[in-house]
Design a binder for this molecule. Structure first.
Ligand code: ADP
Length: 169
């Protein structure tokens, strides 16, 4: 059984095997979680992302997919980059958000990661409503068979923490 846990804080400070990055499809960095990971992890992560772009993702990493790199100077061993969907009121993109969680867990399992930290993917610049994102994230992780032993949701502020706490308890 995978244990779901919750902490308030920064994804960059987590003592886990892998941290999930809410990346953008360019893989070349951005704000929010992405910016924090690159800032703290150092240039090795960006170099690995550039290599991935050159070798596999010339058109960018598609939304809902996930790929791993080194974690550079972070405590974690790997960063698993995934691209969340931008919230849309007119189109149901929840399967893409679920896919981010499933694919990140699949990659984590392949790496042999036993502990994985997730941010609240798509709830920042991509504007996904927090309650709905928390529902999709927790339901998907619970429904995905994986060798990962702990999935830790890392929430940056009180409100996000409370919303996830209502789901994990
Ligand atoms: P997205 O583009 O997928 O919306 P963001 O990085 O903009 O991703 O935001 C995702 C969520 O992560 C937001 O709820 C934001 O408040 C939160 N966040 C921002 N910085 C950090 C951090 N260092 N650690 C964990 N969560 C963070």
């Amino acid at each position: 059984m995978t244990e779901l846990t919750l902490v308030k804080g920064s994804i960059t400070e987590q003592d886990v095997d892998a941290v999930v990055n809410a990346a953008n499809s360019s893989l070349l960095g951005g704000g929010g979680v992405d910016g924090a990971i690159h800032r703290q992890g150092g240039p090795e992560i960006l170099a690995a992302c550039r290599d991935l772009r050159a070798s596999h993702y010339g058109k960018g990493l598609p939304t809902g997919e996930a790929v791993a790199t080194t974690a550079g100077r972070l405590t974690a061993r790997w960063v698993i980059h995934t691209v969340g969907p931008v919230w849309s009121a007119s189109e149901d993109r929840s399967q893409l958000l679920a896919s981010c969680h499933r694919e990140a867990l699949r990659v984590a399992g392949e790496l042999g990661a036993r502990t994985v930290a997730f941010p609240a993917i798509s709830t920042g610049v991509y504007r996904w409503p927090l309650e709905d994102a928390a529902r999709i994230a927790t339901e998907t992780v619970r429904a995905t068979p994986t060798s990962v032993e702990e999935v830790r949701f890392v929430l940056f502020d009180d409100r996000a923490y409370e919303v996830f706490a209502a789901r994990i308890g």
